[in-house]
Write a protein that binds this ligand. Structure first.
Ligand code: SF4
Ligand code: SF4
Length: 483
């Protein structure tokens, strides 16, 4: 029997869609409460966010979170993100990955147990199932009994509600990509493009299958994270563990019965504290027995800890037979108090990496400008030789308003005479929020000026921020392929 925290293989690793469904028993305790709180929080954020209004004073819908794929811009409250902000998004992904590794090194697959979409939605589906079909014994009985009116009606109601939640999940997903009230009206009027209906159908089906039918097998067979998480575990990592020495004693575990009721009676006969009630197995959403050692399908949800503590309380035994603990501590003959061992090479490394990347991310976001300026010289031709000997260069000026309000920008030059700039009536331009404008500018210099001026600067200043001009240096071409 496996007693340590190294990831043990499953006794029967053959999982297929026709496996006996796991019907976890409900349990009460702090880990269950935390899981429920995370579920409610995730649902409130996911289903509520598209409906949160956010004043934008312009042509952009007043929706707090809006992913405008056509306009290639994302709006998150007062922040507007464009493809140019890819570096910040990449940094965010790096921070998330490093945080995941850091947390896994500390407390195992806590992300899987409490925060992963698959776990959260599966949890909600199990709530629905037990609401319609009853507690675990009733669900098992229903599963085994022949098809009759009761079984058909309860199964039908369960699957109908699962499909309804799957549809609501899928429908909410598309609301992030447009103005929610308008999209809703158009969706039910049948006037959205077919890709929207296809997306909803696809996500409805995948949610229904993943959270309703396949459940824990997604974590076991499909999720790559389950496969490589073991490399992040260290002997100090806190994971749900069965205290083998305490539970088994020298004579193994035994049921709570006459002559084996108090700890004194049990210990006198070498029997451990585990009364073999099986509750820790019955509550497990992955269907594993934590007493056989940590196994890779374990998602560190802590429900077996809650279950065993409830049993220990009812027996009057000390809590913690199943607990979050480290391999080092649980294997010790005299286990000490459970504690976070933060000062390890790996956690320190991850911690520093997270802090540095998070710092860079915050700096990037804080220092990003509301306006993006890019200037390209027109190269066909590189310059034009005028009849009076002057030389003209032309430039394409792209101004992108990355704020959520309309702005007016003034275009000027530095390093060449003001009269050299010919920009027509476009010295002051209005740019709508989230939009770009392109202005064609000509700069003409005399032969004498060309001798001394090799480059100069364009200066674009937002009228509301006269003290924050955006300056771009450009070359003035007078040699090469001109016309
Ligand atoms: S063994 Fe315990 S912690 Fe692991 S998945 Fe099962 S109930 Fe959750
Ligand atoms: S819940 Fe505790 S006492 Fe019951 S079988 Fe599991 S480890 Fe043993």
């Amino acid at each position: 029997m496996q007693t340590d925290n190294t990831l043990a293989p499953l006794e029967n690793p053959t999982f297929t869609l026709d496996h006996i469904p796991i019907h976890p028993r409900s349990v009460k305790g702090p880990f269950r409460d935390f899981k429920t709180a995370m579920l409610l929080l995730a649902f409130a954020v996911y289903f509520g966010l598209p409906w949160v209004p956010w004043e934008r004073h312009g042509v952009i819908p007043n929706q707090a979170v809006l992913f405008d794929l056509v306009g290639r811009r994302f709006f998150i409250f007062d922040m507007a993100l464009f493809p140019q902000d890819l570096i910040s998004l990449s940094m965010l992904l790096f921070v998330s990955a490093a945080t995941l590794f850091f947390v896994t090194g500390l407390v195992g697959r806590a992300f899987c147990g409490y925060f992963c979409f698959q776990t959260i939605w599966t949890d909600a589906f199990i709530f629905i199932e037990s609401w319609i079909q009853g507690e675990r014994p009733a669900r098992l009985r229903l599963h085994k009994q022949p098809w009759n009116l009761e079984k058909i009606s309860k199964k039908f109601a369960t699957h109908a509600l699962w499909l309804a939640l799957s549809f609501w999940t899928a429908f909410t997903f598309i609301l992030f990509y447009g103005y929610a009230p308008e999209l809703t009206a158009r969706f039910f009027a049948g006037s959205l493009p077919s890709v929207a209906y296809f997306t909803v159908l696809l996500i409805t089906l995948t949610t229904y299958v993943a959270a309703g039918l396949v459940r824990e097998q997604v974590c076991m067979l499909w999720c790559p994270y389950a496969r490589f998480q073991s490399v992040m575990y260290e002997p100090e990592t806190l994971v749900p563990s069965y205290d083998f020495h305490r539970g088994e004693g020298t004579a193994g575990r035994a049921a709570h019965k006459k002559g084996l009721q108090t700890l004194e009676e049990r210990h006198a006969q070498g029997v451990g504290d585990c009364i073999d009630c099986g509750l820790c197995v019955q509550v497990c959403p992955a269907g594993i027995d934590i007493r056989k050692g940590l196994q890779y399908p374990c998602i560190s949800c802590g429900l077996c800890v809650d279950a065993c503590n409830t049993v220990m309380d009812s027996m009057g035994y000390p809590r913690g037979l199943v607990r979050y603990d480290s391999e080092i501590n649980i294997e010790s003959a005299t286990p000490g108090k459970v504690h976070f061992d933060l000062l390890r090479l790996r956690t320190i490394g991850y911690g520093i990496a997270i802090l540095v990347m998070f710092g860079v991310l915050i700096f990037n976001l804080a220092s990003r400008s509301d306006v993006q300026l890019s200037i390209q010289p027109v190269r066909q031709p590189l310059f034009v030789l005028m009849s009076d000997g002057d030389i003209r260069n032309r430039y394409q000026i792209h101004i992108t308003n990355k704020s959520v309000e309309e702005h007016r920008y003034h275009i000027a030059v530095r390093g060449v005479p003001e009269r050299a700039l010919d920009i027509g009536a476009m010295r002051d331009v209005n740019v709508l929020p989230g939009k770009s404008i392109m202005v064609l500018a000509s700069v003409t210099l005399s032969p004498a000026e060309v001798q001394t001026i090799r480059e100069f600067e364009f200066i674009v200043t937002a009228k509301n921020k006269p003290d924050q001009p955006i300056v771009k240096k450009v070359r003035f071409n007078s040699k090469g392929e001109g016309r």
